[in-house]
Write a protein that binds this ligand. Structure first.
Ligand SMILES: Cc1ncc(CN)c(N)n1
Length: 223
């Protein structure tokens, strides 16, 4: 069994719950309140600023030029592809790029990015990839599920662009590259090391769920 198959099995309950989260379902049905989506866009923008740094760390930790170049591409795609989507949405809502960038991260957002940045600082390349992978992989799963199960989700006037971008082959192939990389990095590794990677993957899968919940519920600091 590929290591990533083991990871997928480990988190399948969490990911299934994520697919049923009212925020995710609301994107599919088009019934998500627009205020919730705006909150998500702003929080996600500052999330992605930190997230993109993980790809820079991946390039630093890589042992060969091909892997370095792939991480450089991921960094570029995040800053100029994925975040363009957020900037375009923000423009529709009358929010400037500067306002997006100045968004203060909510507690779960901060905890999630700090967790991954800590792994980037202190862990191996395999640890880094296992921590950042649920972000890319779960979005691929969510968006393809929405495109398949919710007729009209891709054409929706507001949320359609989101579904289209994340269910695209381009986005999917970036996630696939990371999955394959983790399988290569873990070949022949002892169980003691694999268990650490599994823990990172589980933790950030939980954070993914909590991020949806944060932007749905409000998610502000309690005091
Ligand atoms: C919180 C979160 N997780 C995942 C993704 C997809 N890169 C995202 N934009 N934001």
């Amino acid at each position: 069994m590929r290591f990533t198959e083991r990871l997928f099995e480990k988190v399948s309950d969490i990911w299934e719950k994520t697919h049923q989260h009212p925020f995710v379902v609301g994107i599919g049905t088009g019934e998500l309140p627009v205020e919730s989506f705006i909150r998500y866009m702003k929080q996600d923008y500052v999330f992605l600023i930190d997230y993109s740094k993980l790809f820079a760390a991946g390039a630093v930790k890589a042992r060969d030029i091909e892997t370095m170049a792939a991480f450089a591409k991921l960094l570029d795609e995040t800053l100029h592809g994925e975040m363009d989507l957020h900037r375009e949405y923000a423009e529709r809502f009358g929010i400037t790029d500067q306002q997006l960038e100045d968004t203060k991260p909510m507690p779960i957002n901060l905890a999630y990015t700090r967790y991954m940045l800590n792994v980037a600082q202190n862990g191996s390349l395999a640890e880094l990839v296992s921590a950042l992978l649920p972000c890319m992989w779960s979005y691929r799963e969510i968006s393809t599920m929405l495109a398949t199960n919710y007729p009209g989700a891709i054409e929706h006037l507001l949320y359609g662009e989101w579904v289209k971008m994340y269910s695209s082959n381009e986005f999917g192939s970036l996630a696939t590259w990371l999955i394959d990389l983790l399988d290569r990095l873990t070949e022949g590794k002892p169980e003691r090391e694999l268990a650490i990677l599994e823990e990172h993957f589980l933790t950030t899968s939980r954070f993914e769920y909590m991020f949806w919940d944060m932007v749905y519920q409000g998610g502000e600091w309690p005091v």
